[in-house]
Structures are given as C-alpha cells and as structure tokens.
Design a protein around this ligand. Structure first.
Ligand SMILES: Nc1ncnc2c1ncn2[C@@H]1O[C@H](COP(=O)(O)OP(=O)(O)OP(=O)(O)O)[C@@H](O)[C@H]1O
Ligand SMILES: [Mg+2]
Length: 350
C-alpha cells in the first residue's frame, strides 16, 4: 500500500543511456520512452533545438549550422552538457504528473563495465542536475542478465555479452556480482565505420553513417546468406563530386565487417579463458547470452557458438534487456540493491 502511494508520488525511473538508443522505464509502468540518443544543436548559438526522435529526423535536413550530435560515444559521456539536457528531457517526459511540488525521482542508470570513476561521477552529476534526487548505477551486462531473467544472485556462472552501438561488453556474473568483465569499444558503430571505409576504399564513394547502418541491417552477416542479396549504396563520388549509386553484395559487406567481428569474438574467448573452471562448468550448461542491438547481426550467435564451443543464444527482446533489468531492480530495490554499484563515494563532500 505504502509502495503504491510512493509510486504515485515519486515516479522513480530506470534509464538505459545508450550510445545509440536511450530507454526509460517508469516504476510500476514499464518502458515509457525509447528514442535515439541524438541532440540537435544550433552551432552558432549553442542552443539545443531538439532531442531524441525529433533530433534524428532533423539530421541532414537542416541548414549546415544545425548539427545532430550523439552526446555519448563508446557508452560514456563525450558531451556533458548535451547529455545533461538529454537526461533532463527524458526525465521530464517520463514524469506524467507534473505538480509544481512533485518530488524529484530516484533514478537507476546503466553504464558500461570498466568506466572510470570520473566517468561514473559525470553520469551521476548529469542526472542530478537533470532533476534526479538520488542516482544509482548498474553495470549494463548485470542489468541485461536480470532483464533476461537469469538467476544472477545464485552461486553459479552466467556469461552475458551486450553488444550495443559503442561497446561490446562481456561479463561473468555470480552471486549478484560481476566476477570478471571486458569492455571493447568495437560494436555496432564500428561496423558502420567499416562499411563507410569500405565504400571509400573500393568505390571512392563517400556515404553517411545512417546509410552505412541501413546497409548493415539490410545485408550485414557473418556467414553466407541462403540467398545472395544486393542493396543500393548511395553517396557522393569523391573523384567527381557527384552523387552516385552502387549495388553492393552481402559478400562485400561481410568482408568489410570481418575484422571487427573477429575482435568481438576474441574478446569473448579471452573472457572465457580467464573464467575460473567451476564457473565455466555452469556457463557451459547455461550457455552464452547475447543482448544489445549489435547481437542481431546475422549469424553472429552461430559464429560465437562455433568459436567458443558453448551454446549461444540471443535473449528475448535484446534491445530492451538492459532497461528491463534496471527496471526490475527499481521494482525490488530492497532485494536487489546488492547488484548496484557503490556510488556513495562519488558524492561531493558535504
Ligand atoms: N538487425 C540488426 N543487425 C545488426 N545491427 C543492428 C540491428 N539492429 C540494430 N543494430 C545495431 O545495434 C546498435 C544499437 O544497439 P543498442 O540500442 O543496444 O545500443 P546502445 O545501448 O545504444 O549502445 P551502448 O550499449 O554501446 O551504449 C546500433 O549500432 C545498430 O546499428
Ligand atoms: Mg546498451
């Protein structure tokens, strides 16, 4: 009863502040916001014009002094002010009851493993100045394991791999804690860059990030497809300066992505090599769990399974696993508090 009243008044939130996409879970409600992590800024005045979906729509369709930026790179804040504004926008949007005196929400935010103290503090500070009363941090692989309903608090190894836009994170979890983790700054964004470089190298074609991403999602793969696919790739010819359209095959794209895909697989293998044998036995029984949008690259789970010899599967609804997990912690803060990161010491001295 008390909880219900508290929920009505406080509206605590869980936020997956991703490099590519941000999601917000409101306590007692579920996912209420799902938008790209994009901020449109007027470079002449420094003014923020739009955030999220609206900002993304503006990309490329605005005068040149308006730029759409992504305030997070590799999962960490690269533009503090834009991140703070984006958080403020999400927190405001998620609060449906806007009484003048409505108290500020408590917020759980997912962050990559292995970020520095300075980076953690930046996230906490941004959330506080964006209107949060209290900020808790959770490591993304932990959140995604909880979101996938894996028994993180048991004594037994769980291996999760979260491949987002900015980072590919591997973590071994046991007894509610992360036993070992690796964070590689090679993920979806890097695959897009690989396609951009391929277009430039092979066809002298300059293409944008969104074009590269569309091609990746349309034909990107790790193994030959059942049916060969070709897609148009539009850009500007670097020699003539004129627009051009070229048809690229899935095979060409596969080759372009190969190196980065290998790096991700090696990272997983290294983590497995470092895992204590007892935990490894559990992992072999439970399998490897993939989450994040990057895990949707065709055939990736098959390659990981083949290379590691451990059964591998993509969790249900992989792009919402982190926010759902953080949301579950929010719903049962008392029982699950242990999985959160210690943030007390990040507080400024009073
Ligand atoms: N079907 C697909 N095939 C391949 N890649 C995909 C697919 N769908 C989405 N992606 C990629 O997934 C990435 C976004 O995933 P996600 O939303 O999990 O990242 P994020 O949480 O914002 O990033 P991070 O966790 O690194 O901060 C993008 O790079 C996108 O191109
Ligand atoms: Mg993510």
């Amino acid at each position: 009863m008390f909880e219900k009243i508290r929920n009505l008044i406080f509206q605590d939130l869980a936020i997956d502040l991703g490099t590519s996409n941000s999601l917000v879970y409101a306590k007692g409600k579920g996912i209420v916001i799902r938008e790209p992590s994009v901020v449109a800024i007027n470079q002449k005045t420094g003014q923020i014009l739009a955030i999220g979906e609206e900002a993304r729509k503006m990309v490329g369709k605005t005068p040149s002094h308006i730029v759409a930026t992504r305030p997070l790179r590799s999962g960490v804040i690269s533009d503090f002010e834009a991140t703070e504004q984006m958080l403020r926008y999400f927190i405001e949007k998620a609060r449906t009851r806007k009484f003048i005196l409505s108290p500020r929400p408590r917020v759980i935010i997912g962050i990559p493993c292995g970020v520095t103290e300075v980076e953690k503090k930046a996230v906490c500070d941004a959330a506080k100045s964006a209107g949060a009363s209290e900020v808790f941090l959770i490591e993304e692989p932990m959140a995604s394991a909880i979101g996938a309903r894996l028994p993180v608090q048991e004594a037994g190894g769980i291996l999760v791999v979260d491949i987002g836009g900015g980072t590919a994170e591997v973590a071994v979890i046991s007894l509610g804690g992360i036993v070992l983790s690796k964070s590689l700054r090679v993920a979806g964004d890097r695959l897009n860059q690989d396609i951009i470089q391929f277009a430039e190298r092979e066809y002298k074609l300059l293409i944008g990030e969104r074009t590269a991403e569309t091609i990746k999602i349309a034909v990107g793969s790790v193994y030959p497809l059942k049916e060969r696919k070709k897609v148009p790739m539009r850009g500007r010819n670097l020699v003539t300066g004129l627009p051009e359209e070229i048809l690229v095959s899935d095979e060409e794209i596969r080759r372009a992505l190969e190196r980065s895909v290998r790096q991700i697989v090696s990272e997983i293998k290294e983590a497995i090599e470092e895992t204590p044998p007892e935990l490894l036995a559990d992992i072999m029984a439970r399998g490897i769990h993939l989450s994040g949008g990057g895990s949707l690259l065709r055939g990736l789970e098959v390659l990981i399974q083949k290379e590691t010899k451990i059964p591998t599967k993509i969790v249900e609804d992989p792009m919402t696993a982190v926010v759902r997990g953080a949301g579950m912690v929010l719903e049962s803060l008392n029982e699950l508090r242990d999985v959160l990161l210690e943030t007390e010491y990040l507080e400024p001295p009073r």
